[in-house]
Design a protein. Sequence first.
Length: 81
Amino acid sequence: MGIILWIVVGLIAGWGAGQVMKGGGYGVVADVILGILGGVVGGWLFGLLGIGAGGGLIGSVIVAFIGAVILIWITRLIKKA
């Protein structure tokens, strides 16, 4: 059940980050990948800052969303260069 939860969290976070960041979408698969990677980046960043996002689905989605927004921002910076 863990991998399904990761995919659901990734989909929600990736889609939300794509909506907030606006611009050309990456597609469903890329949104899921960005959301999952965003969860890793967000978890690492929150841990580095000593911030606890709380447990559960909502906390996971928030952390993954923030990480996905950061990843989208970085990819857009790289594309411009």
